[in-house]
Design a protein around this ligand. Structure first.
Ligand code: PHE
Length: 444
Protein backbone atom coordinates (compact mmCIF):
# COMPACT_ATOMS: atom_id res chain seq x y z
CA UNK A 1 0.00 0.00 0.00
CA UNK A 2 1.57 3.29 -1.01
CA UNK A 3 -0.44 6.18 0.29
CA UNK A 4 1.06 9.64 0.56
CA UNK A 5 2.03 10.38 4.15
CA UNK A 6 0.23 13.30 5.73
CA UNK A 7 2.60 16.16 6.61
CA UNK A 8 2.98 19.62 8.04
CA UNK A 9 2.30 22.20 5.36
CA UNK A 10 4.29 25.17 6.64
CA UNK A 11 7.46 25.63 8.66
CA UNK A 12 5.70 27.90 11.10
CA UNK A 13 2.94 25.31 11.49
CA UNK A 14 5.59 22.73 12.28
CA UNK A 15 7.33 25.02 14.78
CA UNK A 16 4.05 25.79 16.56
CA UNK A 17 3.09 22.12 16.72
CA UNK A 18 6.48 21.03 18.05
CA UNK A 19 6.66 23.99 20.43
CA UNK A 20 3.12 23.05 21.43
CA UNK A 21 4.30 19.57 22.30
CA UNK A 22 7.19 20.99 24.28
CA UNK A 23 5.25 23.73 26.03
CA UNK A 24 3.02 22.12 28.60
CA UNK A 25 2.45 21.59 32.28
CA UNK A 26 6.18 21.04 32.60
CA UNK A 27 6.79 24.68 31.67
CA UNK A 28 4.01 26.38 33.52
CA UNK A 29 3.85 24.21 36.61
CA UNK A 30 7.06 22.16 36.81
CA UNK A 31 9.58 24.84 35.95
CA UNK A 32 8.36 27.57 38.33
CA UNK A 33 7.92 25.06 41.17
CA UNK A 34 11.43 23.74 40.73
CA UNK A 35 12.84 27.23 40.42
CA UNK A 36 11.03 28.38 43.59
CA UNK A 37 12.40 25.34 45.46
CA UNK A 38 15.95 25.48 44.15
CA UNK A 39 17.25 28.95 44.66
CA UNK A 40 15.22 30.85 42.03
CA UNK A 41 17.64 32.46 39.61
CA UNK A 42 20.30 29.81 40.30
CA UNK A 43 17.97 27.13 38.94
CA UNK A 44 17.17 29.27 35.91
CA UNK A 45 20.87 29.68 35.21
CA UNK A 46 21.66 25.95 35.45
CA UNK A 47 18.54 25.10 33.50
CA UNK A 48 19.70 27.25 30.60
CA UNK A 49 23.11 25.60 30.55
CA UNK A 50 21.75 22.06 30.68
CA UNK A 51 19.23 22.86 27.98
CA UNK A 52 21.93 24.12 25.64
CA UNK A 53 24.52 21.44 26.37
CA UNK A 54 22.31 18.34 26.50
CA UNK A 55 18.60 18.80 25.88
CA UNK A 56 18.95 20.67 22.60
CA UNK A 57 21.28 18.06 21.04
CA UNK A 58 18.94 15.31 22.26
CA UNK A 59 15.97 17.03 20.66
CA UNK A 60 17.98 17.41 17.48
CA UNK A 61 18.93 13.74 17.46
CA UNK A 62 15.36 12.59 18.09
CA UNK A 63 13.94 14.77 15.32
CA UNK A 64 16.79 13.94 12.98
CA UNK A 65 16.09 10.21 13.13
CA UNK A 66 12.43 10.82 12.30
CA UNK A 67 13.18 13.32 9.58
CA UNK A 68 15.77 11.23 7.75
CA UNK A 69 13.78 8.01 7.85
CA UNK A 70 10.32 9.57 7.29
CA UNK A 71 8.80 6.84 9.43
CA UNK A 72 6.91 6.30 12.68
CA UNK A 73 9.21 6.01 15.72
CA UNK A 74 9.30 2.19 15.74
CA UNK A 75 9.97 1.94 12.01
CA UNK A 76 12.42 4.83 12.19
CA UNK A 77 14.60 3.32 14.92
CA UNK A 78 14.42 -0.07 13.25
CA UNK A 79 15.69 1.43 10.00
CA UNK A 80 18.37 3.52 11.70
CA UNK A 81 19.71 0.45 13.54
CA UNK A 82 19.27 -1.92 10.58
CA UNK A 83 22.96 -2.33 9.75
CA UNK A 84 23.79 -3.26 13.37
CA UNK A 85 20.64 -4.74 14.84
CA UNK A 86 17.15 -3.97 13.59
CA UNK A 87 15.79 -5.94 16.55
CA UNK A 88 17.39 -3.52 19.00
CA UNK A 89 15.91 -0.60 17.08
CA UNK A 90 12.46 -2.13 17.16
CA UNK A 91 12.74 -2.87 20.86
CA UNK A 92 13.80 0.72 21.58
CA UNK A 93 10.97 2.04 19.43
CA UNK A 94 8.43 -0.01 21.34
CA UNK A 95 10.02 1.02 24.64
CA UNK A 96 9.52 4.66 23.62
CA UNK A 97 5.95 3.89 22.59
CA UNK A 98 5.28 2.41 26.02
CA UNK A 99 6.70 5.61 27.52
CA UNK A 100 4.28 7.64 25.42
CA UNK A 101 1.32 5.66 26.77
CA UNK A 102 2.59 5.95 30.37
CA UNK A 103 3.15 9.66 29.94
CA UNK A 104 -0.38 10.05 28.56
CA UNK A 105 -1.86 8.06 31.43
CA UNK A 106 -0.73 10.49 34.12
CA UNK A 107 -0.69 13.62 32.01
CA UNK A 108 -4.35 13.20 31.02
CA UNK A 109 -5.33 13.01 34.70
CA UNK A 110 -3.51 16.23 35.55
CA UNK A 111 -4.83 17.90 32.40
CA UNK A 112 -8.34 16.91 33.52
CA UNK A 113 -7.74 18.78 36.78
CA UNK A 114 -6.84 21.85 34.76
CA UNK A 115 -10.06 21.59 32.77
CA UNK A 116 -12.18 21.24 35.88
CA UNK A 117 -10.44 24.23 37.48
CA UNK A 118 -11.10 26.22 34.30
CA UNK A 119 -14.82 25.48 34.60
CA UNK A 120 -14.98 26.35 38.30
CA UNK A 121 -14.89 30.14 37.81
CA UNK A 122 -17.70 29.85 35.25
CA UNK A 123 -19.83 27.91 37.75
CA UNK A 124 -18.93 30.52 40.36
CA UNK A 125 -20.01 33.32 38.04
CA UNK A 126 -23.44 31.76 37.60
CA UNK A 127 -23.71 31.30 41.36
CA UNK A 128 -23.52 27.51 41.27
CA UNK A 129 -21.26 27.51 44.24
CA UNK A 130 -21.63 23.84 45.11
CA UNK A 131 -20.73 22.88 41.55
CA UNK A 132 -17.77 25.21 41.66
CA UNK A 133 -16.68 23.66 44.94
CA UNK A 134 -16.93 20.17 43.43
CA UNK A 135 -14.87 21.26 40.44
CA UNK A 136 -12.17 22.66 42.70
CA UNK A 137 -11.95 19.73 45.09
CA UNK A 138 -9.98 16.66 44.17
CA UNK A 139 -12.12 13.50 44.19
CA UNK A 140 -12.42 10.14 42.52
CA UNK A 141 -15.61 11.30 40.80
CA UNK A 142 -13.91 14.33 39.32
CA UNK A 143 -11.10 12.19 37.90
CA UNK A 144 -13.59 9.75 36.42
CA UNK A 145 -15.38 12.61 34.65
CA UNK A 146 -12.52 14.84 33.50
CA UNK A 147 -9.75 12.43 32.52
CA UNK A 148 -11.92 10.87 29.78
CA UNK A 149 -13.06 14.31 28.59
CA UNK A 150 -9.45 15.26 28.06
CA UNK A 151 -8.62 12.02 26.27
CA UNK A 152 -11.57 12.56 23.94
CA UNK A 153 -10.47 16.15 23.17
CA UNK A 154 -7.03 14.85 22.20
CA UNK A 155 -8.54 12.08 20.06
CA UNK A 156 -10.82 14.51 18.22
CA UNK A 157 -7.80 16.46 16.99
CA UNK A 158 -5.70 13.35 16.23
CA UNK A 159 -8.54 11.87 14.15
CA UNK A 160 -8.20 14.76 11.73
CA UNK A 161 -4.57 14.06 10.91
CA UNK A 162 -1.37 16.08 10.86
CA UNK A 163 -2.22 19.09 8.79
CA UNK A 164 -5.92 19.50 9.53
CA UNK A 165 -5.68 18.34 13.12
CA UNK A 166 -2.34 18.85 14.83
CA UNK A 167 -0.97 21.73 12.74
CA UNK A 168 -4.23 23.66 12.61
CA UNK A 169 -5.05 23.35 16.30
CA UNK A 170 -1.51 24.08 17.48
CA UNK A 171 -1.49 27.19 15.30
CA UNK A 172 -4.66 28.37 17.01
CA UNK A 173 -3.88 27.43 20.58
CA UNK A 174 -0.24 28.48 20.88
CA UNK A 175 -0.67 32.19 20.02
CA UNK A 176 -3.71 32.34 22.33
CA UNK A 177 -1.65 30.79 25.11
CA UNK A 178 1.09 33.36 24.62
CA UNK A 179 -1.30 36.33 24.76
CA UNK A 180 -2.99 34.98 27.90
CA UNK A 181 0.32 34.42 29.62
CA UNK A 182 1.53 37.96 28.90
CA UNK A 183 -1.78 39.40 30.09
CA UNK A 184 -1.58 37.48 33.37
CA UNK A 185 2.03 38.52 33.97
CA UNK A 186 1.18 42.19 33.50
CA UNK A 187 -1.70 41.87 35.93
CA UNK A 188 0.17 39.93 38.64
CA UNK A 189 3.25 42.14 38.56
CA UNK A 190 1.09 45.09 39.54
CA UNK A 191 -0.14 43.42 42.72
CA UNK A 192 1.42 44.18 46.12
CA UNK A 193 4.15 41.71 47.08
CA UNK A 194 5.03 40.79 43.48
CA UNK A 195 8.38 42.57 43.48
CA UNK A 196 9.75 40.31 46.21
CA UNK A 197 9.02 37.30 44.00
CA UNK A 198 10.64 38.97 41.05
CA UNK A 199 13.77 39.46 43.07
CA UNK A 200 13.93 35.85 44.21
CA UNK A 201 13.45 34.67 40.63
CA UNK A 202 15.84 36.95 38.86
CA UNK A 203 18.67 37.37 41.36
CA UNK A 204 20.51 34.03 41.48
CA UNK A 205 21.66 32.68 44.82
CA UNK A 206 25.00 31.43 43.50
CA UNK A 207 25.73 29.45 46.67
CA UNK A 208 23.26 26.87 45.27
CA UNK A 209 24.96 26.46 41.93
CA UNK A 210 27.36 23.65 42.78
CA UNK A 211 24.62 21.62 44.45
CA UNK A 212 24.45 18.37 42.41
CA UNK A 213 20.75 18.02 43.18
CA UNK A 214 20.18 21.24 41.30
CA UNK A 215 21.94 20.02 38.15
CA UNK A 216 20.07 16.72 38.21
CA UNK A 217 16.68 18.33 38.70
CA UNK A 218 17.46 20.82 35.96
CA UNK A 219 18.32 18.03 33.52
CA UNK A 220 15.16 16.04 34.24
CA UNK A 221 13.14 19.20 33.87
CA UNK A 222 14.83 20.14 30.57
CA UNK A 223 14.23 16.69 29.01
CA UNK A 224 10.62 16.58 30.10
CA UNK A 225 10.05 20.13 28.98
CA UNK A 226 11.39 19.49 25.48
CA UNK A 227 9.36 16.24 25.25
CA UNK A 228 12.49 14.17 24.65
CA UNK A 229 12.37 10.40 24.89
CA UNK A 230 8.93 9.11 23.95
CA UNK A 231 9.16 9.54 20.18
CA UNK A 232 6.71 12.45 19.91
CA UNK A 233 9.33 14.79 18.51
CA UNK A 234 10.62 11.99 16.28
CA UNK A 235 7.25 11.47 14.69
CA UNK A 236 6.78 15.21 14.20
CA UNK A 237 10.20 15.35 12.53
CA UNK A 238 9.09 12.57 10.21
CA UNK A 239 6.15 14.67 8.98
CA UNK A 240 8.54 17.36 7.85
CA UNK A 241 10.11 17.32 4.39
CA UNK A 242 13.34 15.35 4.46
CA UNK A 243 16.39 17.52 4.88
CA UNK A 244 14.57 20.69 5.92
CA UNK A 245 17.06 22.76 7.89
CA UNK A 246 16.49 20.94 11.14
CA UNK A 247 19.14 22.80 13.12
CA UNK A 248 17.36 26.12 12.83
CA UNK A 249 14.00 24.57 13.62
CA UNK A 250 15.31 22.83 16.72
CA UNK A 251 16.85 26.08 17.95
CA UNK A 252 13.52 27.90 17.46
CA UNK A 253 11.57 25.21 19.28
CA UNK A 254 14.02 25.16 22.18
CA UNK A 255 14.00 28.95 22.36
CA UNK A 256 10.19 29.10 22.46
CA UNK A 257 9.95 26.39 25.08
CA UNK A 258 12.56 28.07 27.26
CA UNK A 259 10.93 31.48 26.79
CA UNK A 260 7.57 30.17 27.98
CA UNK A 261 9.14 28.43 31.00
CA UNK A 262 10.92 31.69 31.83
CA UNK A 263 7.70 33.70 31.46
CA UNK A 264 5.77 31.19 33.55
CA UNK A 265 8.32 31.76 36.33
CA UNK A 266 7.71 35.48 35.94
CA UNK A 267 4.02 34.81 36.58
CA UNK A 268 4.00 32.07 39.20
CA UNK A 269 6.82 33.11 41.54
CA UNK A 270 5.57 36.69 41.97
CA UNK A 271 2.03 35.26 42.36
CA UNK A 272 3.28 33.16 45.27
CA UNK A 273 4.56 36.25 46.99
CA UNK A 274 1.33 38.12 46.28
CA UNK A 275 -0.51 35.23 47.92
CA UNK A 276 1.84 35.42 50.89
CA UNK A 277 1.26 39.15 51.09
CA UNK A 278 -2.47 38.36 51.28
CA UNK A 279 -1.87 36.19 54.32
CA UNK A 280 -1.76 32.74 52.67
CA UNK A 281 0.91 30.32 53.82
CA UNK A 282 3.21 29.65 50.88
CA UNK A 283 6.70 28.97 52.15
CA UNK A 284 7.70 26.95 55.15
CA UNK A 285 11.26 27.81 56.17
CA UNK A 286 11.99 29.01 52.66
CA UNK A 287 10.67 25.79 51.08
CA UNK A 288 7.53 25.88 49.02
CA UNK A 289 4.78 23.91 50.75
CA UNK A 290 3.57 20.92 48.69
CA UNK A 291 4.05 21.11 44.92
CA UNK A 292 0.45 20.20 44.19
CA UNK A 293 -0.71 22.92 46.50
CA UNK A 294 0.89 25.57 44.37
CA UNK A 295 -1.44 25.23 41.43
CA UNK A 296 -4.51 23.76 43.02
CA UNK A 297 -4.54 25.49 46.34
CA UNK A 298 -2.46 28.63 46.56
CA UNK A 299 -3.39 30.01 43.15
CA UNK A 300 -7.16 29.32 43.37
CA UNK A 301 -7.15 30.89 46.86
CA UNK A 302 -5.32 33.87 45.50
CA UNK A 303 -7.82 34.23 42.65
CA UNK A 304 -10.72 33.93 45.12
CA UNK A 305 -9.24 36.68 47.24
CA UNK A 306 -9.22 38.95 44.18
CA UNK A 307 -13.02 39.00 43.96
CA UNK A 308 -14.66 39.47 40.56
CA UNK A 309 -11.39 40.05 38.71
CA UNK A 310 -10.21 36.78 40.24
CA UNK A 311 -12.95 34.91 38.40
CA UNK A 312 -11.55 36.11 35.08
CA UNK A 313 -7.93 35.61 36.10
CA UNK A 314 -8.70 32.05 37.26
CA UNK A 315 -10.59 31.26 34.08
CA UNK A 316 -7.77 32.58 31.89
CA UNK A 317 -5.07 30.83 33.90
CA UNK A 318 -6.64 27.38 33.88
CA UNK A 319 -7.74 27.66 30.26
CA UNK A 320 -4.13 28.42 29.44
CA UNK A 321 -3.01 25.35 31.38
CA UNK A 322 -5.56 23.16 29.60
CA UNK A 323 -4.47 24.40 26.19
CA UNK A 324 -0.81 23.87 26.99
CA UNK A 325 -1.61 20.32 28.11
CA UNK A 326 -3.66 19.56 25.02
CA UNK A 327 -0.95 20.48 22.52
CA UNK A 328 1.42 18.25 24.54
CA UNK A 329 -0.75 15.14 24.53
CA UNK A 330 -1.12 15.40 20.75
CA UNK A 331 2.50 14.46 20.03
CA UNK A 332 2.55 11.52 22.44
CA UNK A 333 -0.71 10.18 21.05
CA UNK A 334 0.61 10.44 17.51
CA UNK A 335 3.42 7.98 18.42
CA UNK A 336 1.28 4.82 18.83
CA UNK A 337 -1.24 6.02 16.24
CA UNK A 338 1.43 6.40 13.53
CA UNK A 339 2.85 3.01 14.52
CA UNK A 340 -0.50 1.24 14.15
CA UNK A 341 -1.24 2.96 10.84
CA UNK A 342 2.16 2.34 9.25
CA UNK A 343 3.28 -0.94 10.72
CA UNK A 344 -0.04 -2.64 11.36
CA UNK A 345 -2.00 -1.25 8.41
CA UNK A 346 -4.81 0.09 10.53
CA UNK A 347 -6.95 3.01 9.45
CA UNK A 348 -6.22 6.28 11.23
CA UNK A 349 -9.67 6.25 12.79
CA UNK A 350 -9.42 2.81 14.31
CA UNK A 351 -5.84 3.45 15.44
CA UNK A 352 -6.88 6.66 17.22
CA UNK A 353 -9.82 4.93 18.80
CA UNK A 354 -7.72 1.96 19.91
CA UNK A 355 -4.97 4.14 21.38
CA UNK A 356 -7.49 6.32 23.22
CA UNK A 357 -9.10 3.26 24.79
CA UNK A 358 -5.71 1.98 25.94
CA UNK A 359 -4.82 5.37 27.42
CA UNK A 360 -8.21 5.52 29.10
CA UNK A 361 -7.73 2.10 30.69
CA UNK A 362 -4.20 3.01 31.79
CA UNK A 363 -5.26 6.32 33.31
CA UNK A 364 -8.31 4.83 35.03
CA UNK A 365 -6.00 2.24 36.57
CA UNK A 366 -3.89 5.09 37.92
CA UNK A 367 -7.01 6.80 39.21
CA UNK A 368 -8.14 3.63 40.96
CA UNK A 369 -4.76 2.93 42.56
CA UNK A 370 -3.66 6.53 42.76
CA UNK A 371 -1.46 5.91 45.74
CA UNK A 372 1.27 4.71 44.96
CA UNK A 373 0.88 4.18 41.17
CA UNK A 374 0.58 7.83 40.14
CA UNK A 375 3.84 8.90 41.76
CA UNK A 376 5.64 5.77 40.60
CA UNK A 377 4.74 6.28 36.95
CA UNK A 378 5.77 9.94 37.01
CA UNK A 379 9.11 9.04 38.59
CA UNK A 380 9.67 6.23 36.11
CA UNK A 381 8.99 8.42 33.07
CA UNK A 382 10.99 11.43 34.26
CA UNK A 383 13.92 9.74 35.89
CA UNK A 384 14.43 6.69 33.71
CA UNK A 385 12.44 6.60 30.49
CA UNK A 386 13.39 10.03 29.14
CA UNK A 387 17.14 10.03 29.86
CA UNK A 388 17.56 6.39 28.75
CA UNK A 389 15.89 7.13 25.43
CA UNK A 390 17.80 10.40 25.10
CA UNK A 391 21.03 8.44 25.54
CA UNK A 392 19.87 5.89 22.99
CA UNK A 393 19.19 8.62 20.40
CA UNK A 394 22.75 9.92 20.85
CA UNK A 395 24.12 6.42 20.41
CA UNK A 396 22.01 5.81 17.31
CA UNK A 397 22.98 9.07 15.62
CA UNK A 398 26.59 8.86 16.77
CA UNK A 399 27.36 5.15 16.42
CA UNK A 400 24.76 2.63 15.36
CA UNK A 401 23.44 4.28 12.23
CA UNK A 402 25.72 4.02 9.28
CA UNK A 403 23.48 4.12 6.23
CA UNK A 404 21.30 7.19 5.54
CA UNK A 405 22.88 9.10 8.41
CA UNK A 406 23.99 12.18 6.49
CA UNK A 407 25.33 13.96 9.53
CA UNK A 408 28.07 11.44 10.33
CA UNK A 409 28.90 10.92 6.65
CA UNK A 410 29.31 14.63 6.03
CA UNK A 411 31.41 14.87 9.17
CA UNK A 412 33.67 12.09 7.92
CA UNK A 413 34.09 13.83 4.58
CA UNK A 414 34.95 16.96 6.53
CA UNK A 415 32.78 19.27 4.38
CA UNK A 416 32.39 21.87 7.05
CA UNK A 417 34.03 22.42 10.39
CA UNK A 418 30.71 23.23 12.01
CA UNK A 419 29.19 19.88 10.99
CA UNK A 420 32.27 17.98 12.12
CA UNK A 421 32.18 19.63 15.54
CA UNK A 422 28.43 19.04 15.91
CA UNK A 423 28.57 15.40 14.80
CA UNK A 424 31.43 14.61 17.15
CA UNK A 425 29.79 16.50 19.98
CA UNK A 426 26.76 14.21 19.63
CA UNK A 427 28.97 11.15 19.19
CA UNK A 428 31.34 11.59 22.12
CA UNK A 429 30.47 14.38 24.50
CA UNK A 430 26.70 14.03 24.83
CA UNK A 431 26.53 10.33 25.75
CA UNK A 432 29.25 10.77 28.36
CA UNK A 433 27.72 13.89 29.90
CA UNK A 434 24.27 12.34 29.97
CA UNK A 435 25.55 9.08 31.47
CA UNK A 436 27.30 10.93 34.27
CA UNK A 437 24.16 12.82 35.20
CA UNK A 438 21.98 9.74 34.79
CA UNK A 439 24.14 7.54 37.00
CA UNK A 440 23.93 10.23 39.64
CA UNK A 441 20.14 10.22 39.42
CA UNK A 442 19.60 6.48 39.28
CA UNK A 443 22.01 5.56 42.08
CA UNK A 444 21.43 8.50 44.33
N1 PHE B 1 6.92 18.73 27.23
C1 PHE B 1 5.68 18.53 27.88
C2 PHE B 1 5.56 19.53 29.03
O1 PHE B 1 6.42 20.33 29.23
C3 PHE B 1 5.48 17.15 28.38
C4 PHE B 1 5.75 16.05 27.40
C5 PHE B 1 6.72 15.09 27.67
C6 PHE B 1 5.04 15.98 26.21
C7 PHE B 1 6.98 14.08 26.77
C8 PHE B 1 5.29 14.96 25.30
C9 PHE B 1 6.26 14.01 25.58
O2 PHE B 1 4.61 19.51 29.74
Amino acid sequence: MTTVRDSFHTRIGFILAAAGSAIGLGNIWGFPTQAANNGGGAFLFIYLIVTLLLALPALYSEMYIGNQTQKNPVGALQEACASKSAGLGKFAGLFGLMGAILMLSFYSIVAGWMLSHALAPIAEFFDFSSASQWLETSSLGRNIVFTPIFIVLTALIIFRGIHKGIERWSSRLMPALFVMLIGLIIYILQQPGASEGLEMYLVPDFSQITNPKLIISAMGQAFFSLSIGVGGMMVYGSYLKKGDNLGKLVVSITALDTLIAFLAGLLIIPALFVAQHNGLKVFDNGVLIGEGQLIFNILPNLFDAMGDVGIIVGLVFFSLMSMAALTSTLSSTEVPVSYLVEEKNMSRNSATLGVSVVVLIASMTLVAFFDPLFGMIITWVNTFQLPIMGLFYFIVVGWLWSRGNRLQQEAKRGDSLWITVWANYIRFVCPILLSIVFINVAFR
